[in-house]
Design a protein around this ligand. Structure first.
Ligand code: C2O
Ligand code: CU
Length: 459
């Protein structure tokens, strides 16, 4: 088995960018131009006009090493203003791509040069951050490799999951097949709120994996005996997914790019904006469903895991439900941080914000609805979240990782964490170590655009 980084970076089918290496006093610089413009996709025979980067969906996968500098000249070939946000990177505030907060949106025909150091390794991603642009194809993976890889694996694949409606709004027949009915109207709510999982309420005809529909699935080729690393990223606007692979278990190694104690499960639940890295042992020859089930909705997305040595095996049908989807499901309580061990002095934070999610509002005890959350550099900040609404909300803090509180103590470092619906609670702590003005918002795009966003401002 080969050692990790760079070993077997295969089949990155969506990758089309050219990266140029150079050097400066900031260390090695990787330059990749992003050209935001119209793209045409073919989805199960329907030509779809959408927006993407460099003529592909997903946009080019960007790869560099921790501590290096990324330089991205952006050109806006869209009819609307845009920005790019580097989700999961603790970067310098001015490069965060938060419209009207860290920069003015880039006008059509204009450009903007992003340049920043990437301090930490991990599976991250980039996406447009103006209006509903992310709901089109304006996203891609941003993989930061560690200086010393500790995982050992033979191949890796990046899987970007997406709910899709662009160009399909007049195709109701999709709803009969692998459609995206919202189950919110279901009169028979499960008694246990934890069983009630819905991240959004829109109709989405398709679930895509690397922009491929169920009828034309993305394929992961493996050989018997190999160990595969998957980097799973939820780029959807309105959909949380359950993810599992028929005939295989998943060993989770990273949550939102940060290392955790390895834990083996049957399935993971991944909210919008979240990422999980998993290892899969290829020990069951055949062709298997990589099942991507929209939580709270009907229908499936999928990819195919195909053993090269088992050429005769045929792909499972698009509606096959791998039993693993109903097996042991990863929860945040299963995750133990093995990275940075910093903790608040005496275990207690310097400042606490008590937050209630209500409808699409983030209400803070003692603050006006539009008031920023002021923090001082260096202090430990605690957010306590209580979700009074009927949807799960994946809440994302820009520019920082936070530590989710779990009963076991040493919870995972994340930048996006879903708060369960109907009274669900979540607490996390983070160190105010990256000055600026940062967004804190729900990663459901409709919720964010409806105002489910607050600002964290360093005094
Ligand atoms: Cu990935 Cu402000 O978001
Ligand atoms: Cu939300």
């Amino acid at each position: 088995m080969m050692a990790g980084a760079g070993a077997g970076v295969l089949a990155l089918g969506a990758c089309s960018g050219i990266t140029l290496a150079g050097t400066s006093q900031l260390g090695p610089v990787t330059t990749l131009g992003l050209d935001a413009r119209q793209v045409r996709l073919d989805l199960e025979g329907t030509p779809v006009e959408t927006w993407g980067y460099n003529g592909t969906v997903p946009g080019p996968e960007i790869r560099l090493r921790e501590g290096e500098t990324l330089r991205v000249p952006l050109r806006n070939g869209l009819p609307d203003p845009t920005t790019v946000h580097w989700h999961g990177i603790s970067l310098v505030n001015a490069m965060d791509g938060a419209p009207f907060l860290t920069q003015a949106p880039v006008e059509p025909g204009a450009g903007f040069d992003y340049e920043f150091v990437v301090p930490e390794a991990g599976t991250h991603w980039y996406h447009a951050h103006v209006g509903h642009q992310l709901d089109r194809g304006l996203y891609g993976a941003l993989i930061v490799e560690p200086r010393h890889e500790e995982l050992s694996y033979d191949r890796e694949y990046t899987l970007l999951l997406d709910d899709w409606r662009d160009g399909l709004d007049d195709r109701p027949e999709y709803s009969a097949g692998h459609g995206g009915h919202d189950a919110t109207d279901d009169p028979a709510l499960p008694a246990d709120p934890r069983e009630w999982v819905s991240f959004g309420g829109r109709f989405y005809p398709l679930t895509l994996v690397n922009a491929r529909p169920p009828a034309d699935p993305y394929t992961l080729d493996v050989r018997l005996g190999e160990r595969i690393r998957l980097r799973v990223i939820n780029a959807a606007a309105d959909t949380g997914f359950r993810f599992a692979i028929g005939g295989h278990r998943l060993t989770v190694t990273h949550a939102d790019g940060m290392p955790v104690q390895h834990v083996t499960v049957d399935a993971i639940r991944i909210g919008m904006g979240e990422r999980y890295d998993v290892l899969v042992d290829a020990d069951a020859p055949g062709a298997w469903q990589v099942g991507v089930m929209p939580e709270g909705r009907t229908g499936y997305g999928r990819a195919i895991l195909r053993y090269l040595d088992a050429a005769g095996s045929t792909a499972p049908p698009p509606d096959l439900h791998p039993t693993e989807l109903d097996g042991r499901l990863l929860t945040y309580d299963d995750l133990v941080n093995t990275g940075k061990q910093e903790t608040p002095a005496a275990g207690s934070p310097d400042r606490t914000f008590a937050l209630t999610l209500s409808g699409t509002d983030i209400l803070a005890d003692g603050l006006d609805p539009t008031e920023p959350f002021f923090v001082d550099s260096g202090e430990w900040v605690r957010f306590t979240l209580r979700n009074e609404s009927m949807k799960w909300h994946p809440m994302h803090l820009h520019g920082h990782h936070f530590r989710v509180s779990t009963p076991g103590g040493n919870g995972p470092l994340k930048d996006t964490a879903a708060v369960p619906a109907r009274g669900g609670e979540l607490t996390f702590d983070w160190r105010a170590d990256n000055p600026g003005a940062w967004m804190f918002h729900c990663h459901n795009h409709y919720h964010m655009e409806d105002g489910m966003m607050r600002t964290v401002t360093y005094r």
